[in-house]
Design a protein around this ligand. Structure first.
Ligand code: UD1
Length: 403
């Protein structure tokens, strides 16, 4: 069986890394012979679309997660949604025709995900086309103004095998009429990665560099991430969020690894006065009781910041899940979440972007340490389950093509 996995943007890297490990484990276990009704040895190829291309947004993650160099790099870069999506599709089609994989595996909800899934759904080589497998299926915010929601819906509806991270996903897909036999509740591959690297993250020196750890004692701090276009692309919304964080920043430093999009907007709107800009490392680094903006961080340093923080403020989907797994209180700066299990587990509050609501949510979250309550199947074995299922599905398909 040949699997072609697609990555493109930062959140994809953590979701695909354990898939590659699981393929290696599978090959080690089964070698060249067919076993348990599964197909023999798996050939894996990694394709990077180049949606994210910076050292900080991409290369550093390959290094931290020990990902192999991509076999194929499409080099698309940034553009409007239409241009970026079309460009990925344009460049992906000839690759598919020459590689002829049995499975195309896409993850999450970014433009690279939808683009490659659509191309794979309409291609044919000989009498077949690849099976399309979607990792992190079924999540729904029910907010179609989010580009990611459109990406999720379309990708799910052209996929053949849908790997779901939480129970809400199974229900959502059923409601949309997707056949139950395509849907597998396997858990969360991003959490596979977190569990694998958690210990290593404890060795990061980022807290020390920021003046937050000395002689084994850690100072309380909050962690902020912000990159959704709806939050950062309009002056009013961004200013509103920043102002809502002022009270908290008087109490403890807020560490803010800034996404390039957000950095650009802060400059454009003349908001630099609200921040203390710091290098993450260096002699001049010492964070203050303010919003301390540092560069976007790699996986290990970010995980260290995450697991030691008193409270996390975020508009990221992945960070909501990571805080749930770590038992760190989280305030989500969005009106909705596609990951309701994070709220059910009690670690996450959906505060929206109203100033008073944010302040109230921070207050109530600061009072508690939620404790670790990992949702079902967030156990570090999700990618292994996925590979087992893919091997079986591909074997069934090959058998039916022969007979
Ligand atoms: C994308 C995903 C979003 C995900 C986020 C994680 C889509 C629709 N959105 O949003 O779901 O949560 O990634 O980061 O796919 N830029 C750089 N360097 C890079 C990449 C981007 O400077 O390596 C800048 C560019 O100015 C670009 C902007 O960031 O225009 C936005 O990048 P883009 O890939 O369009 O979307 P994200 O906001 O990162």
């Amino acid at each position: 069986m040949k699997i072609l996995s697609v990555v493109g943007a930062r959140p994809n890297f953590m979701k695909i890394a354990p898939i590659i490990t699981a393929v290696d484990e599978y090959n080690f276990k089964f070698g060249d012979k067919a076993s348990n009704g599964n197909a023999a040895r798996i050939v894996h190829k990694l394709l990077h679309t180049g949606q994210h291309y910076d050292q900080l947004m991409s290369a550093l993650f390959f290094k931290d997660l020990k990902l192999p160099k991509p076999d194929i790099y499409l080099g698309v870069g940034s553009a409007s949604h239409a241009v970026q999506t079309a460009d990925i599709m344009n460049r992906f089609e000839p690759v598919l025709l020459s590689e002829e994989p049995d499975v195309v595996l896409v993850a999450g909800d970014v433009n690279s995900t939808i683009s490659c899934a659509i191309v794979a759904s309409k291609i044919s080589y000989g009498a077949k086309r690849p099976l399309i497998a979607h990792v992190e299926s079924g999540l729904r915010s029910f907010d179609r103004t989010m580009p990611e929601e459109i990406n999720r819906i379309v990708t799910d509806h052209v996929s053949d095998i849908l790997f779901v991270t939480e129970e809400s996903g199974v229900k959502n897909l059923k409601k949309e009429g997707i056949a139950g036999e395509k849907v597998y509740f396997v858990g969360n591959t991003m959490i596979d990665t977190l569990l694998k690297f958690k210990k290593q993250a404890g060795l990061s020196d980022i807290l020390k560099s920021l003046g937050l750890a000395e002689k084994g004692k850690k100072a309380p701090y909050a962690l902020l991430t912000l990159h959704r276009p709806s939050n950062v692309d309009t002056r009013e919304n961004l200013e509103n969020i920043i102002e809502a964080l002022q009270t908290l920043s008087n109490e403890m430093p807020i560490i803010f690894p800034a996404h390039p999009r957000t950095k650009a907007r802060i400059e454009e709107f003349g908001f630099k006065r609200y921040f203390n800009f710091l290098p993450a490392r260096g002699p001049s680094t010492a964070c203050l009781k303010r919003i301390n903006a540092i560069d976007a961080q790699g996986y290990i340093d970010f995980l260290c910041l995450l697991k030691n923080s008193r409270i996390v403020l975020t508009d990221s989907g992945g960070v909501q899940e990571e805080t749930t797994c770590l038992g760190v209180p989280c305030v989500t700066l969005r009106e909705n979440t596609e990951r309701p299990v994070t709220v059910e587990k009690g670690t996450n509050i959906i505060a929206g972007t109203d100033k008073d609501k944010i302040i109230k949510a921070i207050d109530s979250q600061l009072g508690k340490r939620s404790g670790k309550k990992p949702p079902p199947k967030w156990d570090g074995r999700s990618a292994a389950r996925i590979i087992q299922i893919l091997a079986k599905k591909n074997h069934e398909r090959s058998s039916s093509l022969v007979s």
